[in-house]
Design a protein around this ligand. Structure first.
Ligand code: NDP
Length: 287
């Protein structure tokens, strides 16, 4: 039987709709106006699309979006100064720096300066540490989106075997800790993992975050596995595909996310959720 296709677009829309209602109530009942500062440095075309989508999504749910479009010639010192001023700005509850940054600006230095209390992307070492000890505040958006998709699809995680392929700081590692917190038994694979097919074959849940088109084959999967494909790869013909060979996986998995339309739309929805929660935390409405 063909797998159930997990509709990330629909789940993300649901999240945005409930955030919109929540934001309206925050304004009406508490005079709290959540705000997200989105910083873009330079003219990278892909970044421009991402930033535009993020700003549109803010508008849709009623989150104020503060645009900071800086020229590619911006110095590291100037960017750090801007972040420091946004850290102090009471109208800003989330700060996002669109990556990649131009050469000459040290990414880590910039991300580490963002206040952990305004860390909309959830990449700050403080928030990453809280995630690891099971006390999350701002959570990295893509992994959080993966967990929401599993939750919305009614996937039981406790006691299940989960295999994460990829160990990056922005996807693989954080999603592994989130699965662990949900009581799955987690294996993290990477480029040095031998017998990847065999490891994947034992998994009830497979999270693919590699960045290699169609690398995970359907025949590697255990019958009935749930597959979440984080990968976004552009093929020569211009179309997008994931890290999982969707056509062959469809016949083995019980549920699978498509690319596009799976994890992708969730990332922005969770970014907005982080911003709204940041505003609520700032005003002591949540711990
Ligand atoms: P990285 O390149 O940072 O990490 C890739 C990981 O895959 C590394 O840990 C690497 O191992 C591992 N890997 C590479 N080759 C193999 C292999 N042959 N077998 C097993 N593991 C391998 O990527 P990201 O985590 O940033 O992104 C992963 C994918 O997710 C990309 O396609 C990216 O575009 C997409 N993405 C999608 C998002 C969304 O919103 N949907 C957001 C973020 C990312 P090692 O550590 O040993 O090098």
């Amino acid at each position: 039987m063909a797998a159930h296709i997990i509709d990330g677009k629909a789940v993300a829309q649901n999240i945005r709709t409930s955030l919109k209602a929540e934001v309206a109530l925050l304004k009406e009942n508490h005079n709290i106006h959540p705000g997200l500062a989105v910083i873009q440095v330079g003219e990278d075309p892909a970044s421009k699309v991402y930033v535009r989508n993020k700003r549109r999504a803010c508008e849709e749910v009623g989150v104020a979006s503060f645009a900071h479009d800086l020229p590619a010639t911006t110095s590291e010192a100037q960017l750090l100064e801007l972040i420091q001023s946004l850290n102090q700005d009471d109208a800003v509850h989330g700060i996002l720096v669109q990556l990649p940054l131009p050469k000459g600006i040290e990414e880590k230095k910039v991300l580490d300066l963002i206040s952990p209390n305004k860390d909309a992307d959830g990449f700050h070492p403080y928030n990453m540490g809280r995630l690891v000890i099971g006390s999350p505040t701002f959570q990295p958006c893509t992994p959080w989106g993966v967990m929401e998709l599993l939750h919305h699809s009614g996937v039981q995680l406790a006691g299940k075997k989960a295999v994460v392929v990829g160990r990056s700081n922005i996807v693989g590692k954080p999603v592994a800790f989130m699965l662990l917190a949900a009581h799955a038994t987690v294996t993290i694979c990477h480029s040095r993992t031998p017998d990847l097919a065999e490891v994947i074959g034992q998994a009830d849940i497979v999270i693919a975050a590699v960045g290699k088109a169609k690398m995970v084959k359907g025949e590697w999967l255990k019958e009935g596995a749930v597959v979440i494909d984080v990968g976004i790869n552009r093929l020569e013909d211009g179309t997008l595909c994931g890290d999982v060979d969707f056509a062959s996986a469809l016949t083995r998995a019980s549920a699978i996310t498509p690319v596009p339309g799976g994890v992708g739309p969730m990332t922005i929805a969770m970014l907005l959720k982080n911003t709204v929660e940041g505003a609520k935390r700032r005003h002591h409405l949540i711990p």
